[in-house]
Ligand binder design. Structure first.
Ligand SMILES: [Zn+2]
Length: 489
């Protein structure tokens, strides 16, 4: 017997606190064989399973997705799904999402899509959803999908194995491995930034490691913890635990136990590296003997959806330079500014080019800096677009046409860097350092800068998230963490 499984989804983490709107050009669209190529593990199942590609869209984190783009993707996705449903009996759906997509005018975009998938395929088809642990699991998403799982590492080094697990769980169900399956969810009123919940340090490390043991228990087939996404103002943004297993009571009990374990260690989650105010971070970097010394501009991390154009740290360094020249070579990687790129590329000279740099997207965090710069290097990149390195005194700045994160050595080399140690101080737009940078850094501090993805959650003007929520609200009563339970098969 051959089974039919459709595959598709949409993957973006998008913050509601930036003015940047994510549109068509921010997404990489995959269709047909290009989509299936993104799942190399399917090959082992092809004898028995027929995989039908729908459409997938994937973008780097950004601002709210335009309704126009979402509608376009949704219409194509559902049209293809309806066509597939008419032509074949659809046994399974692999719904591949991030889970923290904000769309103009929507509070729970992925939950809505999952609900619509269920309406189209009906109750008998098994839907398996694969997610990022920074996504959110609303009741609608949980109710609409039979199997649901997410990454177990941050930084996410298990993206492929998570998709593989979601597919294997689906295939096991279709092949009749289980007589019955239940899933249980506990919503946990905790919302922490990724900079406090890396799985490379405690307590995140042991908490996520414990999922392997839970899954080795007789009746549990999958266990997942979602940290949730702090930079969207929606009721669904909080942590959640979901377990799936064969015995209703045991699944409920194990889910509640895990939720309680997470709740009880909530106060142990601290920043995974040293932090300081903007002013202190700059001064610590200047006085450090370590080279290269990295500063993370955490409030404008494009990896969490930041606009990537805020110049707060640059301003700080330039202000100090005005009074007494900093005797250090400093690199800023990077500032997204299409207008500045146009000025640079249209300029007849590379010396003393007048630019107005940064803060064009998120104007509430600063204003463009009017400066004269020398253009050192021009280059282009598939994602970053046209790029340039500009220089003022001892400060070098990479400017990009599109939003981009300098998170790998490869990206820096493309920008002309020979070695990280060519610079004394390197300012990057991220939170915790990505592996290449972490390896290179001799010193590092996370600057708690203002921005759309500020680490200071207590000062974010939320209107719609569910309260109380730890640590925004300092409440300390023991919670009744009761699981919601659903029958999957
Ligand atoms: Zn993530």
């Amino acid at each position: 017997m051959s089974y039919n499984i459709v595959i598709g989804g949409i993957h973006i983490e998008s913050t509601t606190f930036t003015s940047y709107i994510s549109k068509s050009k921010d997404f990489r669209i995959r269709r047909s064989s290009d989509l299936l190529d993104a799942y190399p593990s399917l090959d082992e199942y092809r004898d028995e399973f027929n995989f039908i590609p729908l459409i997938s869209a994937r973008a780097i984190p950004g601002g709210v997705v335009s309704k126009e783009f979402f509608d376009k993707w949704f219409n194509e996705f559902t049209t293809l799904l309806k066509t597939a449903t008419k032509a074949n009996v659809i046994d399974g759906v692999l719904f591949d999402i991030h889970g923290a997509m904000s769309v103009e005018g929507m509070m729970d975009a992925e939950g809505y899509v999952a609900g619509e998938i269920r309406k189209i395929v009906g109750e008998k088809t098994i839907i398996s959803t694969t997610m990022d642990l920074h996504g959110n699991v609303s009741d609608l998403l949980f109710d609409s999908t039979d199997l649901i799982t997410c990454y177990r590492t941050a930084p996410h080094i298990d993206q492929d194995s998570t998709k593989k697990r979601a597919m294997k769980n689906l295939i096991d169900v279709l092949k009749g491995k289980y007589k019955s399956l239940y899933r249980a969810k506990v919503d946990i009123p905790i919302l922490l930034p990724g900079e406090k919940t890396s799985t490379e340090v405690e307590p995140g490390k042991s908490l996520y490691k414990s999922l392997d043991n839970i899954c080795n228990e007789r009746s549990i087939i999958d266990a997942s913890i979602w940290m949730g996404f702090p930079w969207a103002d929606q009721p669904r943004c909080h942590s959640a635990v979901v377990l799936t297993g064969t015995n209703k009571e045991l699944v409920k009990d194990a889910t509640e136990k895990l939720a309680k374990k997470y709740w009880n260690i909530r106060k142990d989650f601290k920043f995974v590296g040293p932090v300081a105010s903007t002013y202190d971070a700059v001064n610590i970097a200047i006085s450090s003997k370590e080279k290269p010394f990295f500063i993370s501009d955490t409030g404008d991390n494009p990896g969490a959806g930041g606009s990537n154009d805020i110049n707060i740290l640059l301003n700080e360094f330039m202000s100090i330079n005005k009074f007494s020249k900093i005797n250090k070579k400093i690199l800023f990687a990077s500032i997204f500014d299409k207008e500045t790129i146009d000025v640079i590329y249209n300029s007849k000279t590379s010396l003393n080019v007048k630019v107005s740099l940064g803060c064009k997207v998120d104007k509430i965090f600063g204003k463009p800096m009017l400066i004269k710069v020398d253009v050192i290097n021009k280059f282009s990149d598939d994602i970053a677009g046209k790029c340039a390195i500009i220089n003022v005194d001892n400060i070098f700045i990479i400017v990009t046409e599109n939003r981009f994160q300098y998170g790998t050595k490869k990206a820096f080399i493309k920008a002309g860097l020979k070695d990280f140690s060519d610079y004394d101080i390197i300012v990057v737009k991220m939170g915790y350092l990505e592996p290449d940078l972490s390896k290179a850094a001799k010193g590092w501090i996370m600057a708690l800068t203002k921005g759309p993805v500020s680490q200071d959650l207590g000062n974010i003007n939320y209107k719609y998230i569910n309260r109380p929520l730890y640590p925004i609200d300092d409440f300390d009563f023991s919670l009744k963490l009761e699981a919601k339970i659903k029958k999957s098969i």
